[in-house]
Write a protein that binds this ligand. Structure first.
Ligand SMILES: *[C@@H]1O[C@H](CO)[C@@H](O)[C@H](O)[C@H]1NC(C)=O
Ligand SMILES: *[C@@H]1O[C@H](CO)[C@@H](O)[C@H](O)[C@H]1NC(C)=O
Ligand SMILES: *[C@@H]1O[C@H](CO)[C@@H](O)[C@H](O)[C@H]1NC(C)=O
Length: 620
């Protein structure tokens, strides 16, 4: 009986029925609230013994709450607010990424590559509309199948780009007319990525690439990653590779990687620093990445040095030359000569060279800097662990005075950080462990909250409990206010098939270095600006306390919700947790952007509320 009620409810949320329907449903809902109310007291008593049934009690509460919400929502939406629903953008904005309008940047006078850089100040356009999915958009296949096969209608790629993509990291093929296939583990499609990965491991002195984590390599920044095949292979080795690439209007490496469920964001080496603190990554990887490293007086390489941890590796590969059997071009030869000089200045040593792959190692010894003969690249004068946000590139060495100067080889080998490793980031170990504890139970609750939504259209027998959503229901998760990355840790512990983009707001407490140290993906971001990603690239957004935090900043909440709608895929979820006032406001915005939204009272006497939302699949 409960389930049929719920089916009706979802029907109502999904479509807009005539008034007579509404009245009928209101009556049945009221009747059901009475039924549920009488049955919930007995289940509650027996439920409090085990965590599982605690979750089930939650469902019930949520469903009751949903009924109440529904009444409120109707009374609001029958009034004026329905007109305020935003309309869809035109077709030309299907793949819209704000801040990266190249023609507008050119008009504004940016040139010599700077037109491809992030310029949020240029493309602030007035029109507020919802980015629509392409005509043939389909919900992505679940992990791990979705890693190897994507819907071609979901990404923008031209025929020419498709045909020219034959390199190691850009290998793809058309399966049927509507699917693109990448590397597959069963070796059906040849790809050299596994051999390449093994070769890299040998070059840094390991027996096999499964030893990367033991050697301190947990996080890799993969510059212009192709379509992410190296990162896809590293997933199985429990190494986190984050792909960055410049904005590309079509054939985007970032869009395709994210579509495959691989961590990626728009980011580039042009004029600004990357939105990561210094000493962030264990390896920076560039395979045919197209960056001319000795350009701009070496500032690009100095930026690599900034984000590399002590003892970390810089890998540079261009197998195209090897494949074509030609010797080094003159241009490349001069680049290598000046690289030699630059790397000496940066205290990097060339560990190994094989074919066209070079591996340098950043010094683990801070004294190296003072012992350089001609210190053409000085050490930066910096405050304590300055956290920078798209600052201009610098021509000095960062991080040398940081408390976080710890060689990657010295990290404890366990997957969890020890107290000393936590304290280095300015965080109290007790706070850290408490946070983890909190997120363990919070994630269980969130997971149960999604169930009624996803199973609402499945037939159920009376008395059936809702099953939990499958472990791989979401893959790309963004935690918009990640703090220590506790939600990410809980996802891993629960063995969900998700990875999390941990976003630390640009002016929030400085926890990003700790998040990256845990081996998670993360980035600094100012939520008053658009996020550097393509539309529909996340399955789930989560924000704890972000709304009340942002209320003290001067940015438009409507723009924030539009941005969330842009990066969330159709039928994706958003879970917002905040104070009651912020959640009420959020629900009004959610209605305007056409999301289904339900307020959940946590009922522990606090003024915290959850807003669980689902983005509908709107086509017109
Ligand atoms: C990009 O900028 C140009 C020139 O200002 C403008 O005409 C165009 O509409 C913009 N494109 C998008 C997608 O906003
Ligand atoms: C790293 O470990 C080595 C060898 O165990 C030790 O000599 C060195 O002092 C350590 N360095 C740091 C910065 O902890
Ligand atoms: C109630 O739960 C919220 C979120 O789950 C938590 O932040 C808050 O501290 C709790 N309050 C009390 C009084 O337990």
């Amino acid at each position: 009986m409960r389930s049929s009620w719920f089916n009706k409810l979802s029907l109502i949320f999904g479509h807009r029925p005539p008034l007579s329907w509404l009245i009928l449903c209101l009556i049945s809902i009221l009747a059901l609230i009475a039924v549920l109310g009488s049955s919930s007291s007995s289940t509650f008593d027996s439920a409090s013994y085990t965590p599982v049934s605690f979750i089930y009690t939650n469902y019930r509460r949520i469903k009751e709450q949903a009924a109440v919400d529904y009444l409120e929502l109707r009374s609001v939406s029958l009034g004026a607010s329905r007109q305020r629903e935003l309309s869809l953008c035109g077709k030309e904005r299907e793949n819209y990424v704000p801040c990266y309008n190249v023609s507008a940047n050119l008009l504004a006078g940016f040139k010599e590559g700077e037109e491809f850089d992030r310029h949020c100040e240029i493309s602030r356009e007035g029109e507020r509309c919802l980015v629509r999915p392409p005509k043939d958009y389909k919900i992505p296949l679940r992990w791990p199948i979705g890693r190897d096969v994507i819907w071609s209608g979901n990404v923008k790629i031209t025929k020419d780009q498709f045909l020219s993509s034959g390199s190691m990291t850009k290998r793809l093929m058309l399966l049927e007319e509507n699917q693109i296939a990448f590397h597959s583990e069963d070796g059906l499609i040849f790809d050299g990525v596994k051999d390449y990965s093994r070769q890299l491991a040998e070059m840094i002195g390991l027996g096999s690439d499964t030893e990367f984590p033991q050697a301190g390599v947990h996080t890799i920044l993969d510059v212009n990653c192709g379509f992410g095949s190296f990162g896809a292979h590293l997933v199985s080795l429990k190494v986190m590779a984050v792909c960055i690439a410049a904005y590309e209007a079509s054939g985007s490496q970032v869009q395709l990687s994210l579509e495959r469920g691989l961590p990626a964001m728009i980011g580039n080496f042009i004029t600004r620093q990357l939105p990561y603190p210094s000493l962030s990554y264990d390896m920076v990887h560039c395979a045919q990445c197209g960056v001319i490293w000795d350009e701009k007086d070496g500032m690009l390489l100095i930026e690599v040095d900034r984000v590399l941890k002590p003892g970390g590796y810089f890998v540079l590969t261009s197998p195209a030359n090897r494949l074509h059997g030609s010797s080094l071009s003159t241009k490349k030869r001069t680049m290598l000569t000046s690289m030699e000089e630059l790397t000496r200045q940066l205290c990097w040593t060339l560990l190994a060279q094989q074919d066209e792959t070079f591996v340098w190692q950043k010094t683990a010894d801070i004294d190296c800097y003072t012992s350089r003969k001609h210190a053409a690249v000085p050490l930066c004068k910096e405050g304590n662990d300055a956290q920078l946000y798209y600052q201009p590139l610098v021509s000095c060495i960062s991080g040398a005075s940081s408390k976080r100067w710890i060689p990657i080889q010295n990290r404890s080998s366990g997957s969890e950080l020890n107290s000393a490793e936590i304290e280095v980031h300015g965080v109290q170990p007790d706070d850290f462990y408490e946070d983890l504890q909190f997120w363990r139970s919070a994630l269980k609750n969130y997971w149960s909250l999604l169930t009624p939504l996803i199973f609402s259209d499945h037939p159920k027998r009376p008395g059936d409990e809702d099953p939990l959503p499958p472990f791989n229901m979401v893959r790309n998760v963004m935690d918009m206010n990640a703090n220590y990355g506790g939600l990410n840790a809980a996802f891993l512990e629960e063995e969900k098939a998700a990875w999390v983009m941990n976003v630390v707001p640009a002016r929030a407490p400085k926890t990003l270095s700790l998040i990256l140290e845990r081996g998670f993906a993360g980035v600094l971001h100012d939520w008053c600006e658009p996020f550097p990603s393509y539309p529909r690239t996340y399955d789930m957004l989560h924000a704890n306390g972000l709304l009340s935090y942002l209320s003290s900043e001067r940015c438009s909440m409507m723009d924030l919700f539009l941005e969330m709608d842009r990066i969330l895929r159709p039928e994706g979820w958003a879970v917002l947790s905040d104070k009651v006032g912020a959640i009420k406001m959020a629900r009004a915005f959610a209605t305007q952007i056409r999301w289904e939204a339900r307020v959940i009272d946590l009922q522990n006497g606090s003024d915290q509320r959850l807003l669980v939302c689902q983005k509908p699949f709107v086509r017109k």
